[in-house]
Ligand binder design. Structure first.
Ligand code: HEC
Ligand code: HEC
Ligand code: HEC
Ligand code: HEC
Length: 354
């Protein structure tokens, strides 16, 4: 049905596209601003300290990161033939120094007024640029870990959050940030550049394999996977954010091409999976409400207003899901959640260097 909705526009679209073409430059710019607005904190080069700054204290986490594609893309991408092809088609001459690819494949840090590429996708790509919160998060309110009171600790985390830190606890922000890169929001990059429209992303399996670095709380003894309750929350919020991001992707589409189809497919897959989750966890009425939003706006071109309203609706529900539930009562979801055999890549074993 969604593909039909999109293909119904096939006649006349060519003309429309041609009429609009003088606007494309402007649209492209607006889209880039849109992306910057979504990921403003996470990718602000002026506030980025680089992974070495985190590694001073977080040795194990840094070791784990070094085993991931996120780390390796730094060296490997510029040598990748497919990358050169995409870059050529997009008119990007130097992959590691022009904006488009940097957004998602690299960490950019401002040093002496100049922007420098310092790593692949690193700590601050996921936890947000650290300058404003690095001190706050680690200082135990000026005391020691033992003497800091519970209230002081809570205030410290609240302050770190308010300064933009994305912590494991901020599940919605965390998931949104992954999908900000793993669903590609630039139509041109897909249709013209031939870049994948995104990954076959699922938050449990994609966070518990090579990306996993749960080595801090265990004091480096073990890289423990998320427990059952957390996995349920990761699964549910991951799917919801996939839905939200996909809907926004369709809303942005202007051409009946690959990008639009891929985004529509994403939405359709996510809403079907969420329907199954709604049945499996009837104690969470928000899931069915998300599904309702997902069917409330046609997956077609020129429907931005309704699609954006649907995505905003899903977003609000997700925020309340993360506030109301901690996963402990959602065992119904367990049979839907991918098991360890589906984890993406291999998690690093922890040593004892933390
Ligand atoms: C001076 C040492 C130090 C540096 C540098 C440091 N951290 Fe931390 N980090 C800590 C300490 C200590 C904690 C644990 C605080 C606690 O348990 O209350 C922590 C906890 C964390 C957590 C877990 C938060 C939570 O909610 O439990 C994350 C994520 C994190 N740091 C990320 C980073 C990133 C990213 C950087 C670099 C920008 C960084 N840290 C730099 C000491 C540091
Ligand atoms: C919105 C984020 C985003 C932007 C912008 C982006 N990429 Fe990617 N790229 C990704 C993600 C996510 C993947 C992993 C896709 C997957 O799961 O296979 C990827 C994968 C790739 C791959 C591997 C694809 C394959 O088929 O093996 C290449 C090559 C690549 N990107 C090149 C580029 C180049 C060159 C640019 C700039 C012109 C660029 N990317 C811009 C997010 C992005
Ligand atoms: C791809 C995104 C991503 C990157 C890159 C990343 N993190 Fe994380 N980090 C996460 C997620 C997601 C969690 C929570 C994982 C979970 O619940 O299973 C986490 C958890 C943590 C924790 C808490 C660990 C614990 O024992 O509970 C710390 C500390 C941390 N990260 C620090 C870092 C540091 C330092 C780096 C860079 C060396 C880094 N992270 C790179 C996404 C990322
Ligand atoms: C700044 C953009 C960005 C963010 C944020 C991000 N990723 Fe990625 N991720 C990428 C890109 C680009 C690749 C492909 C790297 C390559 O292979 O060249 C990738 C690759 C991966 C891979 C390896 C996939 C494979 O093909 O084996 C996993 C797993 C992954 N990401 C999980 C996550 C998770 C989980 C999060 C959030 C906690 C996350 N990513 C956040 C950009 C990002």
């Amino acid at each position: 049905m969604l593909l039909r909705a999109l293909s119904r526009r096939s006649t006349g679209f060519g003309l429309r596209a041609r009429l609009q073409s003088p606007m494309l430059g402007l649209c492209g710019l607006l889209m880039l601003f849109g992306l910057a607005a979504d990921r403003a904190v996470a990718s602000d080069p002026a506030k980025t300290l680089g992974p070495n700054a985190c590694g001073e204290c977080h040795k194990q986490e840094t070791e784990a990161w070094k085993g991931s594609h996120h780390f390796k893309t730094f060296r490997e991408l510029p040598r990748n033939e497919k990358a050169k092809e995409i870059a050529d088609k997009m008119g990007v001459r130097r992959i590691r120094s022009e904006g488009l690819c940097l957004n998602c494949h690299y960490t950019v840090q401002q040093k002496d007024g100049k922007e420098e590429v310092v790593a692949g996708i690193s700590c601050e790509s996921c936890h947000s640029a650290g300058q404003d919160w690095i001190k706050v998060h680690s200082e135990f309110s000026g005391k020691t870990e033992q003497s800091e009171t519970k209230a002081e600790k809570e205030a410290r985390w609240k302050l770190a959050d308010s300064k933009g830190m994305i912590r494991p606890e901020s599940l919605y922000a965390l998931a949104k940030n992954c999908l900000g890169c793993h669903v590609v929001p630039q139509e041109d990059l897909v249709n013209k550049g031939g870049h994948p429209a995104g990954s076959a992303f699922e938050l449990v399996s994609w966070s518990q394999g090579e990306v996993r670095h749960n080595t801090w709380l265990s004091k480096g003894k073990d890289n423990v996977p998320a427990d059952a309750a957390r996995k349920r929350m990761l699964y549910l919020v991951g799917l919801g954010v996939e839905l939200e991001t996909g809907i926004r992707g369709v809303a942005r589409a202007t051409a009946r091409k690959q990008y639009a189809f891929e985004m529509a497919k994403r939405v359709d897959r996510a809403r079907k999976q969420l329907s199954a989750a709604a049945k499996a966890a009837p104690g969470v009425p928000e899931i069915a409400e998300m599904v309702k939003f997902a069917y409330s706006a046609g997956l077609k071109l020129n429907n931005e207003r309704y699609l954006t309203a649907a995505a905003d609706g899903v977003s609000k529900l997700l925020v309340s899901v993360t506030q109301k539930y901690d996963g402990s009562t959602l065992a119904g979801l367990d049979s839907l959640i991918p098991g360890p055999d589906k984890f993406k890549g291999t998690a690093t074993k922890a040593g004892a260097t933390n």
